[in-house]
Design a protein around this ligand. Structure first.
Ligand code: AMP
Length: 447
């Protein structure tokens, strides 16, 4: 267990950390801070909620304060010495907030730049001279192209949520940005997952990095209770409404696959007098910020989000995550449910699985190496049997197949067919969300 005061951070940083009430460094902070302070490259595989922002922000600020102080004759002409790249505007803003908080007793300056808002104030701040630039790749490329950004003095290059940047198609932008940064800089790469593409980039861009892994790649937040409802597509909205009405929840984050779907859901919930707002890429920056601020203040208590908008958001006190649509990739499921159960708190994650999503559910269970319990409440809207999985392209899904009629109170054959059925399956107690669940036999896991 490392105390912050033992990490030899510069005094102004320690003071800010203390003020935030942090005493003990999280595992990733304890490992990363000394390495980064010494100037080493680093690959950090860490889920959100592990404290990774401070793990790079604190030693970065420390180096800005202590290493290679600016030449006094260059007074007033600050050069960008640190560049942080992040996938979304929200994450950029969040990282900026951390730099502001930890750097509040220093004279260091930072600027956040992202799309969706006017570039004028961002350019004005850049012209004023800054030490740290925190940016989304698209807007940064624009501003480099217009000659507003000079990266030739960058000493530290940090990629946050690198896997998401690749998922969002930023690879070419990242390559162009990297080519503008001097080769001798220190490079840190943080990613929630480590697919081969990330490892390849790390081997190209980093110099003998230390690898840090705080949790198993696919480890979902340990304290999150997970369950699944098998539901006909047409019944999903009603199920969500019923679930939200019953859930003892202060804040629920609902994931929708599409922006349009998110908007439709919000309209539907509002009709049913459930306070809800949507957050996705088609919303203006101010609308996204407003929705997020309101959600943080518990009003509205339901936020419907697409993955891109929600990734990396630091919202504490989300007690339920609802996977209204199952994600395309199992890793995304792990990120989603990591929104709840943060900072050691208990959390609940429920998934609504239709017949064309069974394949995704299997993928999630394979990655996380556990069977997700079947939720048994709301039997009028759901089934406790996995619908037959759609085979092939998904086009053959029998949309008109009749909804299996559940026999109330009786769990029918378990998911995976009669062979995997456990006669002794227990019915778990009601979690705070109100879902009765059946514990399913564990998979033959190798680890
Ligand atoms: P992150 O993984 O960077 O998004 O951080 C997750 C949350 O943990 C944020 O709300 C941080 O403010 C908080 N946090 C970070 N480091 C610590 C720490 N050492 N002690 C307590 N909370 C922390």
């Amino acid at each position: 267990m490392s105390k912050f005061e033992d990490l030899q951070l510069a005094k102004p940083l320690l003071r800010a950390v203390e003020e935030r009430g942090y005493e003990i460094a999280t595992p990733i902070q304890a490992e990363a801070i000394p390495i980064v302070m010494k100037g080493g490259d680093l690959v950090g595989c860490a889920q959100t909620g592990t404290g990774k922002t401070a793990a790079f922000a604190l030693p970065t600020l420390h180096r800005l304060l202590t290493a290679g102080k600016r030449n006094p004759s260059e007074k007033g002409k600050r050069k960008i010495r640190t560049l942080v790249l992040a996938p979304t505007r929200e994450l950029t803003a969040q990282i900026g907030d951390s730099f502001a908080a930890y750097g509040r007793y220093t004279k260091l300056r930072h600027v956040m730049i992202y799309g969706g808002v006017s570039q004028v104030p961002q350019v004005r701040k850049l012209q004023g001279g800054i030490d740290t630039l925190i940016a989304t790749p698209g807007r940064l490329i624009d501003l480099i192209g217009q000659g507003h950004v000079d990266l030739s003095h960058v000493e530290m290059l940090i990629f946050d949520e690198a896997d998401q940047m690749l998922d969002m198609g930023f690879i070419n932008d990242l390559r162009r940005i990297e080519s503008h940064v001097p080769a001798g800089r220190q490079t840190l790469m943080f990613s929630a997952t480590m697919p081969a593409e990330i490892r390849k980039l790390a081997s190209e861009w980093l110099d003998r990095p230390t690898n840090i892994q705080t949790a198993r790649n696919s480890a979902p937040a340990e304290k999150v209770e997970q369950s699944v409802y098998f539901v006909d597509r047409r019944m999903k909205v009603q199920l969500l409404e019923k679930f939200l009405q019953n859930a003892i929840s202060e804040r629920t984050l609902v994931f929708s696959r599409t922006k349009h779907g998110a908007d439709k859901l919000v309209k539907h919930l509002q009709k049913g007098k459930i306070r809800a707002a949507a957050i996705h890429g088609n919303k203006s920056q101010s609308a996204r910020k407003r929705a997020l601020d309101q959600f943080k203040s518990k009003s509205p208590p339901v936020l419907v989000a697409t993955d891109v908008a929600a990734r990396g958001l630091d919202i504490n006190g989300v007690d339920h995550v609802v996977n209204y649509d199952l994600p395309e990739t199992p890793e995304t499921y792990v990120h989603r449910i990591g929104r709840t159960g943060r900072a050691g708190a208990a959390g609940n994650a429920v998934s609504f699985c239709t017949s064309d999503e069974v394949y995704q559910l299997r993928g999630i269970e394979k990655l996380t190496r556990r069977k997700i319990d079947i939720a048994l409440d709301h039997p009028d809207l759901t089934s406790d049997v996995a619908p037959p999985a759609t085979v092939g392209s998904g086009k053959s899904f029998r949309r008109n197949s009749p909804k299996p009629r559940p026999k109330k109170g009786k769990a029918k054959s378990g998911y995976g067919g009669a062979k995997s059925r456990s006669k002794g399956a227990t019915t778990a107690g009601r979690p705070s969300g109100g879902a009765k669940r059946r514990r399913r036999p564990a998979t033959s896991s190798k680890g």
